[in-house]
Design a protein. Structure first.
Length: 323
């Protein structure tokens, strides 16, 4: 339906899309669907940032209340925070907003299609489609959708609908079982979010060492490490060492003395930064992160045959000292 409630002319197979939650993900996916010929009939956004995204990525699309977006849409895209999703779906069900035959898609990595059961009970078609990508909420994300993996979860008869939507967006659909969504999302968050934390910690240490542009120093090193690790993860096929075969550095060589020195200088950095910096920029978290990840590297390097049992024990002993 159009803004005036009259049928809109669209190519066969095109849907009227309603975007509920014009955050970084919702606005970008709505724009991508629009580019493939679907019509975005409305979007909801409360914050100023959301309204700016609608104006930038979905120009001409009316900003509406959530219930009105749902009423107008044949495909409802729910792109709201994980914790808000169950209440939103059930609340819309309580007011009878969901419609029979309406496709309801959420973008949460945490939940499968089960969270949409209140909408399904009223005849809606439930799908969970999660892109394994970080979003900036700008037009730059549109090109990055090409080749991105999307986890598709839903009842078997409607999975092809989810797969088709992902292909339209330029992505690669992967069917994921309902019960696997939590582990899937934890894996992505652990990899992507904690990678950002590691970069922040490494950059802070480099700045303390006198490097003025730590990002420039880290970019080629981390890019090469990430490329090697992800390639090795696929090459392992579950039978070999996988990503850990790309490990370099002191743990992979069993250089106990180097690891001990690292811990010493990082503890000194933590103390100095705590004295000189505001609490939120102190490097007090760095030694613990280094120690825990070195423990993980040690155990995985031992299992992969990169180091022997003696070297592993010596490394673990050093990592235990001074805690």
């Amino acid at each position: 339906m159009t803004d005036q409630g009259t049928p809109e002319r669209r190519r066969p197979g095109r849907l009227g899309v309603g975007v509920v939650g014009a955050g970084r993900v919702g606005a970008v996916l709505g724009s991508a669907l629009r580019a493939t010929g679907h019509a975005v009939v409305g979007a909801s956004g409360i914050s100023e940032a959301s309204r700016e995204r609608i104006e930038m990525l979905l120009p001409g699309v009316p900003v509406l209340e959530v219930e009105e977006v749902v009423r107008r849409a044949e495909l409802v895209l729910l792109a709201v925070p994980d914790d808000a999703l169950p209440g939103l779906v059930s609340g819309l069900a309580e007011v009878g907003a969901w419609q029979g035959g309406q496709i309801v898609v959420h973008t949460s990595g945490r939940y499968g299609a089960g969270v949409l059961d209140p909408a399904r009970a009223l005849g809606a078609i439930p799908l969970a489609i999660h892109p394994a990508m970080t979003f900036s909420g700008t037009s730059l994300d549109l090109s990055r959708l090409e080749g991105t993996t999307f986890a598709v979860t839903g009842p078997a008869p409607v999975q092809p609908i989810g797969q088709a939507l992902v292909v339209e967006l330029g992505g690669e659909p992967v069917i994921l079982e309902e019960g696997a969504r939590g582990l899937y999302h934890a894996a992505l968050a652990h990899g992507a979010n904690h990678l950002v934390v590691l970069v922040a910690q490494a950059a802070q240490a480099l700045e303390a060492a006198g490097v003025e542009q730590p990002g420039r120093v880290l970019a080629p090193l981390l890019s090469a490490a990430l490329d090697g690790a992800t390639r090795s993860a696929d090459a392992g096929g579950g039978a070999g060492p996988g990503a850990i075969s790309a490990l370099t550095g002191p743990v992979s060589r069993g250089d106990v003395g180097t690891v001990a020195e690292h811990l010493e200088v990082l503890r000194a950095l933590a103390v100095t930064s705590a004295q000189e910096s505001a609490p939120h920029v102190a490097a007090t978290d760095v030694p613990a992160s280094y120690r825990e990840l070195s423990r993980g590297a040690t155990s995985r390097a031992l299992a992969a045959g990169r180091i022997d049992a003696r070297q592993a024990q010596e490394l673990l002993d050093v990592l235990e000292e001074g805690q």
